[in-house]
Design a protein around this ligand. Structure first.
Ligand code: PLP
Length: 407
């Protein structure tokens, strides 16, 4: 049994008042999650008891800092079931991780005329880096269209694979539609066609158990701040054989073995890709977030969210004039985006805020999918493990109030 009351006790921010002194109803975890006491304490403990730079000192607390940092890496490895910590690269987040792959793997392996496949619902982070590279190297960017129900047009995907793309860059869960693409069939098909696959796991890893060996993704990227951890820390998982052959992305301290005045040699994995001082306390916080998720159990987290999401979709459909974009049932994520006829999404979000309800309005850094549905913006409610049915009731009654104001 998922004990949300016990969970809520770990998130003091969720018991503070929102606007107008009303209880806070936080429905924007798709943008960033809240952090439990355990994560805040782990980061604070790092600063108050262990703080020192890593890998460089021979003194006691530097060794302890290195141990804390590397033990976070090991927790991430185990969480993803990766084969080795050499495959776990700390980045500042999803965006940096995708740019790293584009600028390192892409720069080395993509040439004029090569094809990269993305989807119509990608976040700008998994679109713009490829567009930039495409402009520089005359790479062709192919797009898997999205069908009216928010799923991918897999017939087109199969046709695109016949053109021999080098890479498929696909989100594991759409941050707008909540769509979960069938990676279990898309990845083997890509491999059969000779393409590598990068999975943008920003919305996937926080919500669904993700086993990189089962998935067989070549690259998987995600951000700590969407999964209970501090901001400024994220992960690039890459298969060791690929990472080994990739040139470094940033140059500087820690990523080198030896430096001469006019040349350098590169450090081993994973440090080859970790130039400069990394966000150490944040990495330790990510380790604590993983401990927290493991204690709850990712299967239980997913089941709780799924039940909540389906309940939300059912209740939202009773709001007059409301349209949901994305799958209305089945295996889908907990981001639910919608419009209400005649009311601007920003007005909806502002009026909900007066009720203490936090939702996001806009294009959610995914303009093309809004263009696809011929809408400039949506309002998005996104749920996480600390949300309850009471939150959904408040959202729906808040929306009915909004509708009555505009009526
Ligand atoms: N990809 C997806 C699907 C996202 O939802 C987000 C953030 O909303 C990102 C990428 C970018 O993540 P970050 O801003 O943490 O780099």
């Amino acid at each position: 049994m998922f004990n949300t009351q016990k969970i809520l006790n770990d998130f003091p921010i969720l018991t503070r008042p929102g606007a107008n002194g009303l209880p806070l109803c936080y429905l924007d975890s798709g943008a960033t999650s809240q952090r439990p006491n355990q994560v805040v304490a782990a980061a604070a403990r790092f600063y108050t008891e262990i703080n020192a730079n890593v890998h460089r000192g021979v003194y006691r607390i530097s060794e302890e800092a290195t141990e804390a940092y590397e033990s976070a890496r090991e927790k991430i490895r185990a969480f993803l079931n990766a084969g080795s910590t050499r495959e776990i690269i700390f980045t500042s987040g999803t965006t940096e991780a995708i740019n790293l792959v584009a600028r390192s793997w892409g720069a080395k392996n993509l040439n004029s005329g090569d094809r990269v496949v993305v989807t119509e619902f990608e976040h700008h982070s998994n679109l713009v880096p490829w567009q930039m590279l495409a402009a520089e190297k005359e790479i062709v960017l192919d797009v898997i269209p999205v069908l009216d129900d928010g799923t991918l047009d897999l017939d087109v995907y199969r046709e695109l694979l016949k053109l021999g793309p080098k890479l498929i860059a696909v989100s594991g869960m759409s941050n707008v539609l909540g769509t979960i693409p069938p990676l279990e069939s898309m990845i083997p098909a890509a491999h059969e066609a000779g393409a590598l696959v990068l999975v943008d796991g920003a919305q996937l890893v926080p919500h669904l158990k993700t086993d990189v060996r089962v998935l067989d993704a070549d690259f998987l990227v995600f951000s700590g701040h969407k999964m209970l951890a501090p901001t400024g820390i994220g992960v690039l998982y890459g298969k060791e054989t690929l990472l080994k052959e990739m040139p470094p992305f940033f140059g500087g301290g820690d990523m080198i073995r030896k430096v001469f005045l006019r040349s350098f040699t590169v450090a081993d994995l994973p440090y080859k890709f970790e130039a400069g001082t990394k966000p150490i306390a944040q990495a330790v916080g990510l380790g604590a977030a993983i401990d927290y998720l493991n204690l709850l159990g990712m299967d239980q987290v997913a089941a709780h969210e799924h039940e909540l999401t389906l309940r939300a979709i059912e209740s939202l459909q009773a709001v007059p004039g409301l349209t949901i974009y994305g799958p209305l049932g089945g295996n889908r994520g907990s981001a639910v985006s919608f419009t209400i006829e005649g009311i601007h999404p920003h007005d909806i979000a502002s009026l909900l805020d007066r009720e203490g309800i936090c939702v996001r309005a806009g294009h959610h850094c995914a303009m093309p999918i809004h263009d696809r549905f011929r809408i400039p913006a949506t309002t998005r409610a996104s749920f996480y493990l600390y949300n309850t049915e009471a939150d959904i009731e408040r959202l729906c009654s808040g929306l009915k109030k909004v509708v009555s104001i505009f009526a």
